[in-house]
Design a protein around this ligand. Sequence first.
Ligand SMILES: C=CC1=C(C)c2cc3[nH]c(cc4nc(cc5[nH]c(cc1n2)c(C)c5CCC(=O)O)C(CCC(=O)O)=C4C)c(C)c3C=C
Ligand SMILES: [Fe+2]
Ligand SMILES: [Fe+2]
Length: 369
Amino acid sequence: MSFQTEPSYQHGSASRSAIVLVNLGTPDAPTRSAVRRYLKEFLSDPRVVEIPRAVWWFILNLIILPFRSGQSAAKYQTIWTPEGSPLKIYTAAQAKLLEAALLQRGHSDLKVVMAMRYGSPALPEVLKQLKAEGINRIAVLPAYPQYSGTTTGSIYDAAFQHYGTVRNIPELRFVRNYHDNEAYIHALRDSVLAHWDQHGQPDKLVLSFHGVPKRTLMLGDPYHCECLKTARLLAASLQLTPDQYMVTFQSRFGKAEWLQPYTAPTVAQLARDGVKRLDVLCPGFTSDCLETLEEISLEVRHEFEQAGGQQFHYIPCLNDSPAWIAAMADIIEPHLIGWPTRLAASEREAQQKDAQVARAAALERGATD
Ligand SMILES: C=CC1=C(C)c2cc3[nH]c(cc4nc(cc5[nH]c(cc1n2)c(C)c5CCC(=O)O)C(CCC(=O)O)=C4C)c(C)c3C=C
Ligand SMILES: [Fe+2]
Ligand SMILES: [Fe+2]
């Protein structure tokens, strides 16, 4: 085992901090080959598919990738925008807006960047780049409010694996979950209420979370419980009675049992049971993506209407909404305690003085802006 050679140590170098907002990742293009590359990396992660490696290698390479890549590419084409994949666009916007929000709160020496667990920009590359910029304190913020070994756990793995080859490792902090964070729940509540202000209230609100194999719950993954807690808190903040909402799990993959009830058949059953107007919110996704824009807003909508439902409303994810950006700042701020992210008072005074001088010079020149 050998570790990377470091540049020679500089005494007294400034300590610099960064937040890395990490999302799942998405293909580089909605094409068969790009989707295949993405799925191969994603589905080869032993955190995501817990099947003995040799058996899974054959299933993945001989069955899943040849068939699913084309099918998924066709789905990606329905949600792709001129700027690219929605998941990446929203995550990039969130990183930029979070940096601005933290600057507003006085964290003037703090950078926020995005990274992806699969695809690009790849987490190890982003961590390398931060090191090259002299950043030696890093807080990792997964884009997943509810912890699961399949998602958050895998981000930790990727970071640990990367630093396993590094000699001079930065100080690291990891956000684990924020499923019950007050600001997150309030941001969800605000987005539901804004939707209802405009469109009125539905007969039922379905809270649809991404599923995981039921086996992971049996083996101790807390994801299911955290989803239910998010749902309970959100329902309470919306003052919903138990018959006004329900929790479902979507995006089942493969033949094994996943967390139940499954979203699509449940929604169809609700329509058959006489629910005319249904709203669906996906609180576990912080950015709209294939699973929300295609699976819910197109496929599940179709199922509801086919089964006799009349009005289906998909309530968008938190995306770049101001309440969510403020919530992200609330979530990450406690993880920055003790870090020199705020300029020293003397430096701030010097900056304010510079600004005053610049303003005075501008006034003298007669500038009015
Ligand atoms: C195979 C098992 C999968 C597990 C377990 C899983 C867990 C999981 N995934 C998300 C969030 C997202 N998943 C997305 C896409 C997606 N998920 C799987 C499979 C598993 N996910 C696949 C194969 C795909 C790709 C698309 C497809 O072929 O169906 C996405 C969207 C990505 C995008 O580009 O828009 C997200 C987001 C969570 C939160 C989760 C467990 C909690
Ligand atoms: Fe997934
Ligand atoms: Fe899906």
